[in-house]
Design a protein around this ligand. Sequence first.
Ligand code: HAM
Length: 414
Amino acid sequence: MKFQVPKGVKEYLPPESAKFELVREKLIAPARFANYQLMETAVFEDTGLFTSGVGESTDVVSKEMYTFTDRADRSLTLRPEGTAGVMRAVIESGLDRGQLPVKVWYSGAFFRAERPQAGRYRQFYQVGVEAIGGDDPLLDVEVISLAVQAFKNLGLQDYEVHINSLGDKPSRESHREALVKFLKEIDLDDATRERAKINPLRVLDDKRPEMITALKDAPVILDYLTQEAKDRYLAVKNGLTNLGIKFIENPKLVRGLDYYTHTTFEFVHHKLGAQSGIGGGGRYDGLMEKLGGQSLSGIGYGIGVDRVLLACEAEGIELSPATQLSLYLVPLGEDARKYAIELLANLRNQGIRCDMAFGERGLKGAMKSGDKSGAKYLAVLGEDEISSGQAEIKHMSDGVVTSVRLTEISDFLK
Ligand code: HAM
């Protein structure tokens, strides 16, 4: 019996996995420098966490969740996103009772039952950050700048930062009223009308061309912001400008999840076709309270590692991971093999990447493996080398051979 990877699941295998690893590392690095700490949370959660947290009217919750009942008849769901789980863990652990803001990053697989296509998978990867318990607009600036820094470190250029404000509660209430009125006057299919009842804002998220046309003149929230929300939004925009971050104001940006308030943003890449969102996020006042915690605000983003990798490839960015092997050993005979495995352990301890030909292979086959390994140097270890304590080390790219004492190999390689 042969099996295949489930439909829509993107896997990363060698040698391509090295590129994925590099992209993921570069996406995480700026968060580490900014004092964000790792958070590993549950990959599956109580289904209710997502229905309450992310919102029942969203596509993610209504159509895309992988939900199952466990042996004790509990309804569980594979996490479709990271924010709700982080919030649940912060509340549960009481981290929000300590130093604020709680600044965390995470990286891992997320699951959505979407129709698979290039850049859209059922198991995909995000690197995310969340800063919880601070409503300083400069925190919004910091969060956006971390993503921009990561893109810069990768060399990405062909993308835009889109931002919008969804305001505070009073802003959203007056906008909602105007939107409901507007939606009443246009022709909507039953499903959309249902959705509008739960959350009219969701209708603005409809990507069907006929809907985009029908919603062209829909009231946008920016026109309904309270003075306080406007001031806050302005502070964020000024902060971004001061950091030299270019952005585009997109008053139609509503995002696909229900918890957003105030600043929302998306990173849109030009060379990815339909799946152009390489990341997005925003502020979420009220989420923590909704999930049974205290009333603290937060802001964060999720960046799609798969899509950033595709974006790098589309821009022709060379992703050369620093994973070249330093040394490849070809041991001949049992004594040499035993000697080699010890030598490797010793070198690896000193931070040198090295490998050897395993198994009783002939010299020719072993040399071929050495060639394929991409190692910088290769050394054959036979009886002579071990008794004399000296080996010939070949520099693979130009064939230059140097005689090195076995006890001094690490100095030579360094
Ligand atoms: P999201 O916009 O749903 O936000 O997802 C973030 C990113 O994940 C997207 O921009 C995209 O790059 C990637 N992504 C989403 N779905 C897929 C898929 N099916 N295949 C490949 N990539 C995908 C969130 O998840 C929020 N939790 C972000 C956030 C954090 N907001 C505040 N804090």
